[in-house]
Design a protein around this ligand. Structure first.
Ligand code: FES
Length: 108
């Protein structure tokens, strides 16, 4: 599989997550305060909730339902009730295009 365009870099607002789907794989894409783009699995591992509807703080994305904050770097929840990580995807930037291959996760 190859990386696919998911959105424009200029569409992303700092510290705000958007939900994208690549080949049926839902992801939360975040532009952090340092200008880095992250992509993690969009479905909270505690419940069927979109993490992209949650809150970005530093390098975490917090689930709005019960407050588990997932690391954008490792996908691991930093607090309960979630205890299973979400996948972290490799993001490529090509000009203004944000590209992600759903088969390419980071080993963390
Ligand atoms: S559904 Fe995300 S913490 Fe409960």
């Amino acid at each position: 599989m190859t990386a696919q365009r998911v959105c424009a870099l200029s569409e992303l607002e700092q510290d705000t997550a958007i939900r994208v789907e690549v080949d049926g794989v839902p992801m939360a894409v975040v532009l952090d305060g340092n200008g880095d783009v992250h992509a993690i699995g969009d479905v909270c591992t505690h419940g069927d909730v979109s993490l992209a509807e949650g809150f970005v703080e530093d390098d975490t994305l917090e689930c709005w339902a019960h407050g588990s904050a997932f690391s954008l770097l490792t996908g691991k929840p930093l607090n309960l009730p979630a205890y299973e990580p979400v996948p972290v995807y490799v993001v490529e930037i090509d000009g203004d295009d944000v590209l992600i291959d759903p088969a390419l996760t980071k080993e963390v």
